[in-house]
Design a protein around this ligand. Sequence first.
Ligand code: C5P
Length: 362
Amino acid sequence: MTVLVRSFAKINLGLYIGAARADGYHDLRTVYQTIALHDVIRVSVVRGGGIEILCKNKDPRVPLDSSNTCYRMAELVMDELGAKGRVSIEIEKRLPVQGGLGAASSNAVATMVALEFELKKTRVVKKKLSGPARLRIAAEVGSDLPLFLVGGTTLGVGRGEEVYPLPDLPAIPMVIVTPEVGVSTAQAFADWDALVQRERAAELRPAGQPRAAVPTRASTGEDARPSTGSEQLTRAGASDRLFEVGRALSAWLSGYPNTGASAKGGSRAGSLLSDLVRTGIENDFEKVVFPQYPELRDIKGALERAGSRYASLSGSGSTLYGLFRSSADAAWAANRLRKQGVRAEATSTLTRQQYWKRIFDC
Ligand code: C5P
């Protein structure tokens, strides 16, 4: 017997990076939002032992060994439940790899959900994982996993693994653009640290002292252009900044209680989008990723010119998204972008209710 589940993607509605922590991670504030684009995960358990990973479309970028997030997840779930058996996980890859859509994290959570279901169905084990155990295991595999145990609109704090369900935003029509480039999240965080260091050194530098004293990207062959908005990075301490951002995000969201019922979006989505733009919610990763990949900044511009009310990089990219007032607007924009040679797809955000309903609805 095989259990089939959808593994949905996420986008970030704003992402603010705080200080680097002693454990090597960064504190952050973000609003995660699940969307309808997905991979498909098939899980089966038979007699024997071991974990097997298969990739249906043989994408060479998907590891088939223990470094795959699904492998690590299966290992932890089997251990926690004291279950025995041979676990086979097949990934049907549709989402971009290293795209900022949380695909690998989502695949791992889908594996957890499917594996638990399969173990129960085949009566390998009787007990279920507790809610806290699910969250703990998910956070152990990666910072972006726990959000997929909540779904819909979710606040992410800590290193992103600490998640709180927010009043759900309505389903919003959108366009996703998936450029060919893959961006390493670890590298993007390291680039952020370098940017903050440069800005801090520049602030401390006495007037008239040459810039060469400050290490720049130019010395490492990277683009040294100053990024827009970076002057705000050091004005407040990193934790003050996260505090301010938390307030801005909560002020923005507090006007939209219980909007999940309005699955079609409509005028509520319209006013939400206007507020999102007005509040100036942004993704810090744009400040380090756009200078390295100027084509991504151009795509954001193309999304805006195609009528998007709010456009942004998702996570550390390279995926960009644009939110639209209507599905017709989104479909029109996706078509226009494709004609310009951009890989664009119209889709929609998913409310929490839709997310959980459609996970098993394959
Ligand atoms: O937890 P995850 O495996 O998704 O993180 C990948 C890498 O991204 C980490 O090893 C770390 O270098 C970086 N990271 C970070 N701060 C975060 C999340 C991730 O520095 N909040």
